[in-house]
Each structure stands twice: as C-alpha cells, then as structure tokens.
Design a protein around this ligand. Structure first.
Ligand SMILES: Cc1cc2nc3c(=O)[nH]c(=O)nc-3n(C[C@H](O)[C@H](O)[C@H](O)COP(=O)(O)OP(=O)(O)OC[C@H]3O[C@@H](n4cnc5c(N)ncnc54)[C@H](O)[C@@H]3O)c2cc1C
Length: 434
C-alpha cells in the first residue's frame, strides 16, 4: 500500500465512501480508512435509510428530493457490479399527517411548491382507505407515556395528510455503502479497515497526512473528516473545533421493530409515515414488521454520549416509542421483548450538516449529519469533491462559497449553507427532520 495519497478520507460510512468515490472520479488518488472491519459498519449500519423530500429549509428539501433520483438510478450512478448485489430502493412514498402543531403542513407544502416537488393532499378517508388500522384522533403535543392524558383525544380529529410519492427507503444501508466502496475502487480509490486515525499531521500551517494506530504515518495534502459520531473527536485531533460556530456531538437513539398489527401487510402495502403528534416516524421492515424511530419530541431527554462508551441495550425508550405509535394504531401489540437497534446520530447544533473546509488548510469535514443525511450521501460525495477541488485550486470558499447544481431537479444550492461558520439556522426543526 502506497504511503502517499492525494486525499485520505477518515471514515468509510455511507458519506465517507461516497466522498471517496467523488474524489476518485475527479482523479484524486484516494485512500479511505476506517477503524471498523468493513464499509458501512458504523452508524450507517443502524440507519433507517428513509428517503424523503420534506425538510424545514428550502435547501434541505431540494437536496432531499434530488436524492430520490440518485437512488432510483442507483445502478447507473454506480456504473459497476458488486459481487454482493446492489442495495434496493423501495420507492413506496411518504405520508405525513396534517395537525395543528405542523400548521396542517402549509409551510411544508409551500416549500415543495418552491422547489417543484410533487405531493398529494389526502383526506382523512383516503388515509384510512390506505391504512385501515390507523385512527386520526388528535393527541396534541407529544407527551411522556405516564402523563395522565397520554393517548386521550385533545381536539377535533386530524383532517388527513400530505403524500410525497418521491420517497421511500433503502433496504440495506450497509450494502449501499459497500456498493459505493466498489464504485470508488473501480475509479482508483483504495480502502484500509481495522485502522484508527490517532493524529492529524500538520506542517507549515497545513495538513500533511495522518497517523494510524499511533505509529504509522501516511502522507496526503488533503484529509477529510467523515467520522460520523466520532467527528468531534477527529476535529479535536486536528485542532479545528475553535474555528467552528456550529459544532457536533453524538446522540443515542433507539429504533424499534414490531409486527404489523391486525394482519395488515405493512411490508408491501405500507409506506413511510410520520406524525408530529405522536413523535415517531415509521417505515416497512422485512418480515412484515414496522420500524419505529423517534422524532425527538421536546418532552424526551436527549442522551448525549461518548461514542466510545454508550449503552447499546434497549431502555424504556423502546417501549415509549411503541406506545406512541399504538395511539395511532390501537391494534398494535407492545411485544415483551425488544427488537430493533441502538445507534448514534452525529448531531450539529442546528441539526443541519456541516459540509465544509476548516481553518486548517487541506483539512475538510462532512459531519453533523444529524440522523437525516443517509439519503444525501451520493450527492454529498459529488459536492465535497467539487468543494475540495475548488479550495485546493485556491478558491476562498469562506468568502466566495462554491455552488453545486442539482442536475435532476435543475436547482443550484450554495454550499455556504453548510458552513461551519454559519449562525445556527433558526428555521431548523432542531430534530431529525432537519
Ligand atoms: C438510528 C439511525 C437512523 C437513521 N435514519 C436515517 C434515515 O431514515 N434517513 C436518512 O437520510 N438518514 C438517517 N440516518 C442518518 C444517516 O444514517 C447518517 O447521516 C449516515 O449514515 C452517516 O454516515 P457517515 O459516513 O457520516 O457516518 P458513519 O456511518 O458513522 O461512518 C463513520 C465511520 O468513521 C469511522 N471512524 C470514526 N473515527 C475514526 C478514526 N479515528 N479512525 C478511523 N475511522 C474512524 C467509524 O468507524 C465509522 O465507520 C440515521 C442514523 C441513525 C443512527
């Protein structure tokens, strides 16, 4: 393995593998390194891998909608075979219920109109026709399950929802990452696993490489931090955290898998479904299960953790999330044994990612993906490759941000939106919704 590289990408999760691909396609001699034994074994492996266009900002929504086309055309985007097969995108669409708390989705629909993303208004009857096990009672704000009025109707029934046809989920996020690794390798990138970056080497005010496992030095003029929930640790190794107005930290999350209620075939007839009044989102899961994730309602304490030392067992939060869904689906059983997973988000202060350079020349970061950037990985790979190429050619991205064209939806975004120096974005949902 050569010691000299044009770029070293720290982390071979879905975003890191996509950046390795993006850089390799631009001609960089790339090395991806990861402390785990294979690509996508970090937080990517726990991802719900939902693809949806609705975010709380225009740029977030534009990227989310654009991602649908990359996953739809996955084989073309990769342009290579993978001996393990390709990840499947199940484009079942996404339904979000209208409620007083989300202003009956009027702001969301306005954002969709702005970017031209398709959607359908569904009446209460249409929702029940598609999901007969659902009740449309209004429960008001999300509450702890031991609140006296938990599960009690708190107003007139909800009037229906908005369905977004350009969405769904990717069946196997780890396989999708392996697909990206194979595509990156076909473009000339190389990967090393079971190696940990322990130092970011610097000389003359710029990065010159990394140290692996305390003793092996590798040279590269470009190093990219894509370390997921460990991103703040790698930024501290590089000494760049003080130059960031928006920072990152690791948040623990539980995801539940429960059988679909009442014999309903949710695996094949269901779709992504979310509802701000019960504070959870769901999608179909294999074995006719429903996967339940939390939308981080304000009444739940957030569990900020050390990514090297956190509880991987379910806690009572697992039962809380199932009971919250049982409000909407009264026939849902609450299994006595928890199934699902526990993993970490790499959360930024405003739940919007940081795709940027740093104050250390040659050191870049794609971090703070806040539980909502799996979908955007293939776009981020191209965006970061453009950003790095521009900066390495002398562009001052802080003063004159690089633009990126979203070719499928024909819209241009300024990468300044993702700056580490931005003010915390007040339009964010400050939750996994982004
Ligand atoms: C429970 C859960 C549900 C989610 N659901 C969705 C969803 O439905 N839709 C969506 O779009 N997004 C979702 N996300 C978010 C999405 O999965 C992440 O944004 C994405 O997977 C992050 O990829 P990554 O490559 O940045 O990080 P990771 O996959 O965490 O990869 C980082 C890698 O860096 C390596 N690393 C760290 N430190 C070092 C070091 N010092 N040296 C070497 N290697 C190192 C780690 O081993 C790891 O493999 C979810 C995330 C979670 C956890």
């Amino acid at each position: 393995m050569a010691r000299n590289h044009d770029a070293i990408v720290i982390g071979a999760g879905v975003i890191g593998a996509a950046i390795a691909l993006g850089l390799a396609r631009k001609g960089f001699k790339v090395l991806g390194v990861d402390r785990l034994p294979a690509a996508g074994y970090g937080s990517t492996s726990g991802s719900c891998a939902i693809i949806r266009p609705y975010y709380s900002t225009v740029d977030g929504s534009a990227l989310g909608w654009e991602s649908h086309f990359y996953w739809r055309d996955w084989a073309d985007f990769l342009g290579v075979e993978d001996e393990r097969g390709l990840a499947r995108y199940i484009a079942c669409g996404c339904l979000r219920l209208k409620s007083p708390g989300n202003k009956f989705l009027e702001p969301t629909v306005a954002l969709m109109d702005k970017i031209g993303c398709p959607y359908e208004h569904w009446s209460a009857e249409q929702v029940i026709e598609r999901l007969p096990m659902v009740v449309l009672d209004s429960f008001g704000e999300v509450k702890p399950v031991d609140a006296p009025d938990f599960g009690q109707p708190a107003g007139p029934p909800l009037p229906g929802g908005v369905f977004f046809p350009d969405g769904g989920y990717v069946s196997d996020p780890q396989l999708a990452t392996h697909n990206l690794q194979r595509a990156a390798e076909a473009a000339g990138a190389r990967f090393r696993f079971n190696v940990t970056v322990t130092a970011i080497r610097q000389a003359g005010g710029r990065v010159v490489g990394v140290t692996l496992d305390g003793d092996e030095e590798l040279d590269a003029p470009v190093v990219v931090n894509v370390a997921g929930p460990h991103s703040f640790k790698v930024n501290r190794l590089a000494g760049v955290e003080d130059g960031m107005n928006v920072k990152t930290r690791a948040l623990r999350h539980e995801v539940c898998h429960v059988p679909s209620p009442g014999g309903f075939d949710y695996e094949h007839k269901g779709f992504v479904f979310s509802d701000g009044e019960i504070g959870v989102y769901i999608r179909p899961e294999t074995g006719n299960h429903i996967l339940i994730g939390s939308e981080d309602p304000p009444c739940d304490a957030r569990q900020w953790v050390d990514p090297d030392d956190f509880n991987r067992d379910f806690t009572d939060q697992w039962r809380v999330q199932v009971m919250r869904l049982a409000q909407r689906m009264p026939a849902l059983g609450v299994p006595s044994r928890g199934k699902g997973l526990v993993d970490l988000y790499d959360v930024s202060d405003d739940w919007i990612p940081i795709y940027d350079k740093s104050d250390l020349a040659g050191f870049y970061m794609a971090v703070g993906t806040s539980g909502n950037q799996f979908k955007n990985a293939p776009i981020v790979g191209e965006m970061m490759a453009d950003l790095i190429t521009a900066c390495e050619s002398g562009r001052d991205h802080d003063a004159d941000p690089v633009d990126f064209h979203l070719r499928h939806i024909d819209r241009t975004v300024s990468l300044g939106f993702y700056s580490r120096r931005r003010e915390v974005n007040p339009d964010s949902s400050f939750s996994v919704l982004g």
